[in-house]
Design a protein around this ligand. Structure first.
Ligand SMILES: Cc1cc2nc3c(=O)[nH]c(=O)nc-3n(C[C@H](O)[C@H](O)[C@H](O)COP(=O)(O)OP(=O)(O)OC[C@H]3O[C@@H](n4cnc5c(N)ncnc54)[C@H](O)[C@@H]3O)c2cc1C
Length: 464
């Protein structure tokens, strides 16, 4: 068995792992990055990127139907599902090759194979041709997660899909049931509904996008319903019967169970961590509910073993994984990096309209005992939103009335996933309402609503 020694071994080349590997190499560490399937992980291959490519196609399709609103004409509007999927796969492939290139450029040893931690500082990799023994002072587990399957709702790839099947459909659903209205469920619901599927979304919690501020959830729901989506909250799918190309869903709401037929179901009920086969517990790493238990610096409690990204728990977001990757690499290289503050990680959902937020919701801020000031600004009061033909949306800000600290920001509407970073930077700089009020926002931009929302919290909004 071939044997090699490194300073740092990263298991998994998703946005957590490959970023950790590159940062480690930049800091002068000798780094190996082991990946069993695809460089770039779920994010680049089966998550963030290919979904956004699909959603771009459906967005353009939506605007083609609205051509007349812009004084344009478009005839025979249609789509070729295979071509839409081909474009999405092409985008994923391009970025996947980019990761391989970046690892090489940074002199990271990339090894394709399945890794197991055989002892502290020791990893065995099963490759296509045999196995390799790697040793290092530090091991970073970045093995990510996969779709959760609930009993009775298991995916078969034919009638019942996980996100992986939904990314490469061989047919267009006619009557679609989406189970779960988190970011993944709502993005697919938005994509297929826009392309014409009769779409129902079932959510067990009391509202769609349940982690978002209640007002934003309600606003988004109204928009989805306007687009023809059926939203059923406080509702649970208990069972799916499959028969002859048809699925009968048993749906429970308010103590009553009814049945409804669909031709396709997308199950988006969460994720489970990829902990199997790593021998984590064998080397003393604590795993709880399929996630590795870590401290604020992603240390597992076993000297020299770290866990980052989806495997280390919520929020399950690529940028959280990458940021943790940089942090552990710096720690391993002897630095003293700041902990990742979970409250400063923005969440974005790329449905139509988009949703984005950072920090506390209004309810969370109240629950935490803050005396708050809340600002709101609707898209209809913004010149750029009207010029874009996108006058529906809301920017909401939540402040500590006493100190003026920005506790949270919540948005729904066009391009808000690009806007939210303004508030993220503000929070990082410990901004107050005064700094935000004194900042000059360019005109005409959607970002002016971020300013107006702050002004509104102090009853000073100009344009509404
Ligand atoms: C449909 C969908 C859409 C999403 N959209 C977004 C979005 O818009 N924005 C966002 O921030 N997040 C999004 N996410 C979430 C995002 O993809 C994840 O948070 C992110 O990929 C986590 O990165 P990671 O590095 O922790 O793990 P992953 O990306 O899952 O990478 C882990 C890698 O480890 C490898 N691996 C596992 N076990 C082993 C082993 N034993 N040996 C070797 N290799 C192993 C896997 O093959 C995988 O490549 C989306 C997810 C899905 C499913």
């Amino acid at each position: 068995m071939a044997s090699q020694s490194f300073d740092m071994i990263v298991i998994g080349a998703g946005p957590g792992g490959y970023v950790a590997a590159i940062r480690g190499a930049q800091l002068g560490l000798k780094v190996a990055c082991v990946e069993r399937e695809h460089m770039g992980g779920i994010c680049l291959n089966w998550g963030c990127i290919p979904t956004k490519a699909l959603l771009r196609s459906s967005e353009i399709y939506h605007f083609m139907h609205r051509a007349k609103d812009y004084g344009l004409s478009a005839e025979k509007i249609g789509f070729d599902l295979d071509a839409v999927v081909k474009r999405s796969r092409g985008v994923a492939k391009q970025l996947n090759s980019g990761v391989t290139h970046l690892l090489k450029k940074n002199k990271v040893t990339a090894i394709m194979g399945d890794a197991t931690i055989t002892a502290k500082g020791r990893v065995t990799v099963k490759t296509e041709t045999g196995s390799e023994e790697l040793t290092a002072k530090a091991i970073v587990v970045a093995t990510g997660a996969r779709a959760r399957e609930l009993p009775g709702l298991e995916a078969d790839g034919d009638l019942v899909w996980t996100y992986k099947h939904a990314l490469v459909p061989k047919r267009m659903p006619k009557k679609l049931l989406v189970i779960g209205s988190g970011a993944i469920g709502i993005e697919f619901a938005s994509f297929y509904n826009t392309l014409g599927a009769d779409t129902t979304v079932v959510e067990v919690m009391d509202r769609v996008l349940p982690v978002e501020d209640e007002e934003i959830s309600k606003f988004a729901k109204k928009q989805f319903e306007k687009q023809g989506m059926k939203i059923r909250e406080k509702t649970m799918v208990k069972k799916l019967d499959r028969d002859n190309g048809k699925i009968t869903a048993h749906i429970e709401a308010g103590g009553k169970t009814t049945t409804e037929d669909f031709d396709t179901v997308i199950s988006a009920v969460g994720i489970v961590g990829n902990t199997e086969g790593l021998n984590l517990e064998g080397v003393g790493v604590k795993v709880e509910r399929s996630h590795v238990v870590v401290d604020a610096h992603c240390r597992t409690g076993v000297d020299g073993i770290y866990a980052i990204g989806d495997i280390a728990g919520a929020p399950w977001l690529a940028h959280k994984a990458s940021h943790e990757g940089v942090m552990v690499a710096e720690l391993i290289a002897g630095g003293h990096p700041h902990e990742v503050d979970p409250d400063s990680i923005a969440g974005c959902t790329y449905c139509h309209p988009q949703v984005a937020s950072v920090g506390m919701t209004e309810a969370q801020a109240k629950e935490a005992g803050y005396n708050i000031k809340v600002g709101r600004f609707p898209f209809i009061g913004n010149g750029k939103a009207i010029a874009l033909g996108e006058p529906e949306g809301l920017v909401k800000t939540v402040f500590d009335a006493k100190t003026g600290a920005l506790l949270g920001a919540h948005m729904v509407g066009a391009e808000v996933t690009e806007l939210i970073q303004g508030y993220v930077v503000g929070r990082q700089l410990e901004t107050t309402e005064e700094d935000l009020m004194n900042a000059v926002f360019p005109h005409p931009t959607l970002s002016e609503m971020m300013h107006e929302s702050v002004l509104d919290a102090w009853d000073r909004a100009i344009h509404y």
